[in-house]
Write a new protein. Structure first.
Lengths: 292, 583
């Protein structure tokens, strides 16, 4: 039995090939593991019946057929293609960091997750686009459903270099103008920027009727502080540096990170924004499953 | 504080290592890229105060750990109090071992001196070559020497015959200890702490000298013979004993036995009587059964807890009454006194002894008063010189009281008028023959068979004829002094009698025995003893056990390295706890 790539360690999966191969493998595995459409558009249409299989959700049972023929059938639907999805990938310098060579950088993880997500959406015939940004928008691929869209998205990801600083609110504000029609906005970022300014932009998108989903990506080394007995940590995006003893600051740091995550989650929930905290050692399939 | 390995203290330089490492580590930390620096900054801001305190605490703990280990390696000797082993700082210690007669009392089946000896041995055994030790027994002599020699001295100590005044002894011992340039100075008083051994006043104990006294044992009842005075036909026996209530009820009369004679002349029991302790008893002696001469006797009690005072000797002069006459010049007071003495058979009529004045010097033994008329003094002096008397009357001298060590009955009697007695011989002979003085000048002297008085025995010259002492004085002149005999003297020592001789004649005796105060075994209270030995800040009265633990405790030292190593372990554990608590 072939292993499901969506459930393997992301770094190991990344060794199998480029973004396309990885994304396709992940999506194949992911879709084989779910028995219903992972994403729902604004409307769906019935297409056909099929025999019930163990594991199918009971809500899709056709009770009329069951009542007439005493046989179990489930209804299958085909989603409409009017869902417009825009995937926003943070390409700032901080995203190009990893705490261990055994893991993907946050950016690499985000690229593969974005490619996989785009493939799923496009297979559902949803118009899907891409925006990469750091201090400014680097790539903008409008949402389309036509053939070759996924290739363009992947190319857009590959063509976006690692940036310097992060000015997410500026990029997000620009996006609000680009996303005139309602749709789904998925943000993949380490959220190392001003929370209030970024939330203001996300709130605006939400206000415009968009479904907003935030993936907060963190390397495990950012969650649990470690390192030499004494070290000077330098922020790659700014000149800020600090000398600490990781052992003695670990507990306070973990508490600070926990509070930060909680603050993001609370703020997003307050404004109807879906928030997911994802560490880069989480298999892609598990990350995608957060959306179902 | 002293150290066994002081060179190890050089390791204290290592105490700077934690601070040095701290500084060095802060200088060149490695630099790493870390995107979430904003979280780090926030965490550090919130923890800054706690971290600073922790760093400081760790620095202190690590420095203290090194210091404690280094000091432990130097093996410090620290002062300790209370029981336990360990050495002590050099100490000057004077052991006052009171082996006075009362120390022979048996308490609970054991002689007190044995208990005191054990304590003394304990003290001396604990001394080191750095200490200076003296041993004082009841003879008051301070004995120095090596520890072994002093231990041998202690082992040979038995109950003695001399009384020790503890206040004076402690004062002397404290003065000696205080004069030693040593860190510790102690006086150990090992005594039965008789109340009577503490004279009035308080010992002057210098600051810095500790006086440790063993508390007394249980008080026991005792009775003893304080004194035996023998007169014509009777012995007056004074009894003494423990005055404290020792739970045996009222003192009961005890039988007293008198024995006279020794050796081949050993007399049988001569007389018996009953006496109550604290009182006196008179026992009749059949003088007519004893030949004239000096006799030695002893008074005996039944044996009790203290044997030393159950027997006391005495010397008894058995002699016929002197045959005495008085010339008219001797005066009416002398004539009256002789009349009294004749009535009680102390003198008889005869001319062996003649009371006279300077105007008539006939007789074998003469007692001469100055002439009443001053104009006759010169003639009288010439008569004295012609008789071979080496003394003469001089000019009139100042009035004053009489002082006579051999004639205590006339001590203090006032003399209003007198002639200065001037000697013609050497000063040494003068001193031997002066029997009484006034204002330091001779008043009563002997010269051969003549006794010379500085005053007439008349109330216009001296108050003596008007006092009760006059008849005994005339008796002593006639029966003893004119014959050259001295009064029987008493002295402290093992019970025995020593005679004084002049040529072939026995002229006196000294009776030795224990001090009567030794018979009262009532102990002093701890408060009284403490006060007598310098007060509470200088002296302590302790039980045997407490005494054993407290001696040298003021300067006792023990190796503190064990304690320090335990402390180092605790500090190490604390350091580990603090260091790992936030990891």
């Amino acid at each position: 039995m072939a292993p499901r790539l969506d459930l393997l360690d992301p770094a190991e999966v990344a060794h199998l090939g480029g973004i396309e191969i990885v994304a396709e493998g992940v999506v194949e595995g992911f879709l084989a593991g779910v028995h219903r459409s992972p994403f729902r558009g604004f409307s769906v249409e019935f297409t056909e019946h099929r025999a019930y299989q163990p594991g199918d959700e009971l809500r899709y049972l056709d009770w009329r057929i069951l009542g007439r023929s005493d046989r179990l059938f489930v209804k299958q639907f085909e989603e409409e293609t009017n869902l417009r999805s825009m995937i926003l990938v943070d390409a700032s310098r901080s995203m190009a960091w990893r705490g261990s060579v055994d893991r993907l950088t946050k950016r690499a993880y985000a690229d593969r997750l974005a490619a996989a997500l785009a493939l799923i959406l496009l297979r559902q015939r949803d118009a899907t686009g891409l925006v990469t940004f750091d201090e400014q928008v680097r790539q903008l691929i409008p949402p389309r459903v036509k053939a070759g869209q996924w290739t363009r998205i992947v190319k857009g990801l590959l063509d976006t270099p690692d940036g310097l600083g992060t000015a997410a609110h500026a990029a997000l504000q620009r996006l609000t103008a680009l996303l005139a029609r309602r749709g789904m906005v998925v943000l993949l970022s380490d959220l190392l920027f001003d929370r209030e300014l970024a939330l203001a932009a996300l709130r605006y998108l939400r206000h415009r009727g968009h479904q907003v989903i935030v993936f907060h990506l963190m390397d495990p080394a950012e969650v649990e502080l470690a390192g030499p007995p004494e070290v000077r940590f330098r922020d790659p995006e700014s000149s800020l540096s600090v000398v600490v003893r990781p052992r003695e600051l670990a507990r306070a740091y973990a508490e600070t990170v926990r509070r930060e995550i909680a603050a993001w989650r609370t703020a997003c929930r307050r404004h109807g924004i879906a928030y997911h905290h994802v560490q880069t050692d989480l298999p892609f399939g598990m990350a995608l499953r957060l959306l179902t | 504080m002293t150290f066994i390995n002081p060179l190890a203290l050089l390791g204290l330089v290592a105490a700077g290592i934690p601070a040095l490492l701290h500084l060095l580590q802060r200088r060149v930390p490695p630099e790493l890229e870390f995107p979430a620096v904003r979280y780090l900054s926030a965490a550090e801001r919130e923890s800054a105060r706690r971290l600073k305190l922790r760093h400081l605490l760790l620095l202190i703990l690590r420095t203290a750990l090194i210091v404690v280990i280094v000091v432990a390696a130097a093996r410090p000797l620290v002062r300790v109090r209370g029981a336990g082993g360990g050495s002590h700082e050099p100490t000057a210690v004077v052991v006052v071992l009171d082996n006075s007669p009362s120390s022979g009392a048996v308490v609970d089946g054991r002689a007190t001196v044995d208990r005191l000896r054990v304590a003394a041995r304990g003290t001396i055994s604990q001394t080191t070559s750095a200490d200076r030790v003296w041993l004082m027994l009841s003879d008051g002599v301070l004995r120095g020497g090596t520890r072994e020699a002093l231990l041998a001295s202690v082992d040979s100590v038995t109950s003695g015959w001399q009384r020790l005044d503890l206040v004076q002894a402690v004062e002397r011992a404290a003065r000696l200890a205080n004069g030693q340039p040593l860190p510790g100075r102690e006086v150990h008083v090992l005594s039965d702490l008789q109340r009577t051994a503490l004279s009035e006043g308080r010992a002057a104990v210098p600051a810095g000298v500790r006086v440790l006294s063993l508390e007394p044992g249980r008080a026991v009842a005792n009775r003893g013979i304080a004194d035996v005075r023998v007169t014509e036909g009777a012995a007056l026996i004074d009894l003494v004993g423990t005055t404290a209530d020792v739970g045996q009820g009222a003192a009961q009369p005890v039988p007293v036995t008198i024995r006279i004679g020794a050796g081949r002349d050993r007399g049988e029991i001569a007389a018996r009587g009953l006496a109550t302790p604290g009182s006196a008893v008179t026992v009749a002696l059949p003088a007519q059964t004893f030949a004239p001469g000096w006799w030695v006797g002893e008074a005996l009690l039944e044996a009790d807890e203290l044997r030393a005072d159950d027997r006391r000797p005495f010397a008894w002069r058995v002699a016929p009454p002197a045959r005495v006459t008085a010339t008219p010049g001797a005066g009416e007071f002398v004539a009256a006194a002789l009349g009294v003495l004749r009535e009680v058979n102390r003198v008889s009529n005869g001319s062996d002894v003649v009371f006279t004045s300077g105007d008539a010097l006939s007789g074998e033994r003469i007692i001469i008063q100055p002439p009443a008329d001053a104009a006759l003094v010169g003639q009288a002096n010439r008569a004295l010189a012609s008789r071979g008397v080496s003394w003469r009357w001089g000019s009139s001298a100042t009035p004053g009281p009489l002082a006579a060590s051999g004639l205590p009955v006339i001590n203090g009697v006032q003399v209003a008028r007198r002639y200065r007695l001037e000697a013609g011989g050497s000063e040494e002979q003068e001193g031997e023959n002066v029997l009484a003085t006034v204002n330091g000048e001779a008043w009563l002297v002997r010269s051969g068979n003549a006794i010379l008085l500085g005053s007439r025995l008349d109330t216009t010259w001296t108050a003596l004829p008007a006092t009760p002492a006059f008849v005994p004085f005339v008796d002593a002149l006639a029966n003893r002094i004119v014959r050259g005999e001295a009064e029987v003297a008493a002295a402290e020592g093992a019970p025995h009698v020593e005679f004084r001789r002049r040529g072939a004649d026995t002229v006196g005796a000294t009776v030795f025995g224990p001090d009567p105060r030794e018979s009262d075994l009532s102990p002093a209270t701890a408060a009284i003893a403490t006060a007598a030995f310098g007060g509470r800040d200088r002296a302590e009265v302790l039980s045997d056990k407490a005494f054993a633990s407290e001696r040298f405790s003021g300067t006792r030292r023990t190796d503190g390295s064990g304690f320090l190593l335990v402390l180092a372990l605790l500090i190490g554990a604390a350091e580990l706890g603090v260091a790992t608590r936030t990891r």
